[in-house]
Design a protein around this ligand. Structure first.
Ligand SMILES: Cc1ncc(COP(=O)(O)O)c(C=O)c1O
Length: 423
C-alpha cells in the first residue's frame, strides 16, 4: 500500500465525508509550479489551492515573515491589544484597490466571513435589507453566504433554511445569452431588481467581476459598469467580490480595473495571504465607518501571523510584478486552449491566469459534465492538478501559481491537450 493509500484509509475513518478532496494523494511539499505527494509523485499545479498561492507555495518572503512573526508573538486579538501589521495590511488594501476616495478596511479570516461583513456594513450604512446577487454566483458556505450562492449541489442541499432578503438577478453569460450585449444584459437584471425588489429597498448589489465557482463567467463588456451606475443612482452599495479574482490573478491587481470600476466595497481573501487564512473588506470610508465601534471583528480576524504573511505576499507581488506574470501565463495558455476549440470546447474564457474551457456536446450548447469529469480525472492520473467548476459542472478551470515556470506550464498544457483528445 502506498503512503497516500494508507493516509486515505486513516482519513476515511477520521474525517467527515462531507469534506471532499479533488485528489486522493496526500501532499508532502509544494513550491513554484508543483506539488509533491508523500510517495514522491509530482503534480503540476493548475489549482493554486483554489486561487490562493498566487505567489507560489511556501514563497520565500512569506516563509521568512511568518517565521519572524511566530517568534515575536502569535496572537493578541486586534480587538484586545492591537499591533502594527494589521494597520499595515489595511493601508495596503486601501492603496491597492481601485478608487482614490477615502477608504477604510477591516480584516477577517475567510472569504465567506468577508462577504458576510460587507453585507453587514452595506445594510447598516443604508438602513436597507435587500441584497441582490446573480445567477451562478458563489460567495461561500456559511448561512448568509449559502443564501447568496446560487448552486444547490453540493453547497446548499438540505442546509436550509437560508438567510432572508436575498434576491437573484440574471447574470451576463455571453456564451448562453443569445447575443445580449453588456448593456442589454444589465437592463434585463435591473428590470428584475426594480420589479421584484424595488430600487429603494436594495442595500447592496454583490457580484464577482469574473465568476469563480460558477464557471469563470466573464460578463459582457459594459454589464458591470451599468450595474454599478444603477446602484449609485439607487443609493445601493456596489460590492465587488474579488476573493478569487484579486491580487494579480487576472493580470491586474483587481479584476474591477479591467472595466475601470471603482466599487463602493471590495471583498478580498485567497491570494492575499500567500497561503495563510486572511480576508478583508475595503472601501468607502463613509460606509465602513458607519458601523458602531465593536460592530465588526472576531477573535482571529487579522491574526498577526496571517498579517505578516499578507504583507510579504503583497511585497512579492509588487517586486515580481505578478500581474505581468499573470499576463505571461495568459499569453501561453490562452492560445493553447484556443487550439483545442474543435475538441468539444464551446468557449475559452477568463483573464490573466484565471482561464477556463467550457465543454459541450458537439454541435450543441448542451453541457458535457461527464466528459469534463473524465478529462479532469485523466489530467490527475497524468500528474496535472486541474479543477472543474460551473453551474453545469462542465467547465475546466486553470489557476496556476503566478510564479509557475514556463516549462511546467507547457508540460501541463501537453497533459491537458492529450487528456482532451483522448476523452
Ligand atoms: C468569489 C468568492 N467569494 C467567496 C468565496 C468564499 O471564500 P472562503 O472559501 O475563503 O470562505 C470564494 C471561495 O471560493 C469565492 O471564490
Amino acid at each position: 500500500m502506498s503512503l497516500s493509500e494508507d493516509l486515505h484509509k486513516r482519513r476515511l475513518a477520521a474525517v467527515a465525508r462531507g469534506v471532499g478532496s479533488t485528489i486522493s494523494s496526500y501532499i508532502e511539499s509544494a513550491g513554484g509550479g508543483t506539488l509533491t505527494d508523500v510517495d514522491g509523485r509530482e503534480w503540476i499545479d493548475f489549482a493554486s489551492g483554489i486561487a490562493v498561492t498566487n505567489v507560489g507555495n511556501a514563497a520565500p518572503r512569506v516563509v521568512e515573515a511568518v517565521r519572524q512573526q511566530v517568534e515575536r508573538f502569535t496572537h493578541t486579538c486586534f480587538m484586545v491589544a492591537p499591533y502594527e501589521s494589521y494597520v499595515a495590511v489595511c493601508e495596503q488594501l486601501i492603496g491597492l484597490t481601485p478608487g482614490s476616495f477615502e477608504k477604510r478596511a477591516a480584516l477577517f479570516n475567510s472569504g465567506a466571513e468577508a462577504v458576510e461583513n460587507a453585507v453587514k456594513i452595506a445594510r447598516h450604512a443604508t438602513g436597507r435589507q435587500a441584497v441582490v446577487v446573480f445567477d451562478h454566483a458563489y460567495h461561500g458556505r456559511t448561512n448568509l453566504t449559502m443564501a447568496l450562492t446560487a448552486k444547490n449541489m453540493p453547497y446548499k442541499h438540505r442546509f436550509g433554511p437560508f438567510a432572508p432578503e436575498v434576491y437573484r438577478a440574471p447574470m451576463s453569460y455571453p456564451l448562453r445569452d443569445g447575443g445580449l450585449d453588456g448593456a442589454e444584459a444589465a437592463r434585463r437584471a435591473i428590470d428584475v431588481i426594480e420589479k421584484q425588489v424595488g430600487a429603494g429597498n436594495v442595500a447592496a448589489v454583490l457580484i464577482e467581476p469574473i465568476q469563480g465557482e460558477g464557471g469563470f463567467v466573464v460578463p459582457a463588456q459594459g454589464f458591470l459598469p451599468a450595474l454599478a451606475a444603477w446602484a449609485a443612482e439607487a443609493g445601493a452599495v456596489f460590492i465587488a467580490d474579488e476573493i478569487q479574482t484579486g491580487f494579480c490573478r487576472t493580470g491586474q491587481w483587481f479584476a474591477s480595473e479591467h472595466e475601470g470600476l471603482t466599487p463602493d466595497l471590495i471583498t478580498t481573501a485567497k491570494g492575499m495571504g500567500g497561503g495563510l487564512p486572511i480576508a478583508g473588506v475595503v472601501g468607502r470610508a463613509d460606509l465602513m465607518d458607519a458601523v458602531h465601534a465593536g460592530g465588526l471583528g472576531g477573535t482571529y480576524g487579522g491574526n498577526p501571523v496571517a498579517c505578516a504573511a499578507a504583507l510579504a505576499a503583497i511585497e512579492t507581488m509588487r517586486e515580481l510584478d505578478l500581474a505581468a506574470e499573470a499576463r505571461r501565463i495568459e499569453s501561453i495558455l490562452a492560445p493553447a486552449l484556443a487550439a483545442l476549440r474543435d475538441e468539444g470546447v464551446a468557449e475559452v474564457r477568463g483573464r490573466g491566469a484565471m482561464l477556463a474551457v467550457e465543454l459541450v456536446r458537439p454541435g450543441t450548447l448542451e453541457p458535457d459534465a461527464a466528459r469534463t469529469a473524465a478529462v479532469s480525472k485523466s489530467c490527475h492520473e497524468a500528474g496535472l492538478l486541474t479543477l472543474t467548476c460551473g453551474t453545469y459542472g462542465n467547465v475546466l478551470r486553470f489557476l496556476p501559481p503566478l510564479v509557475i515556470p514556463d516549462g511546467d506550464l507547457r508540460r501541463g498544457i501537453d497533459i491537458l491537450s492529450s487528456s482532451l483528445r483522448n476523452n
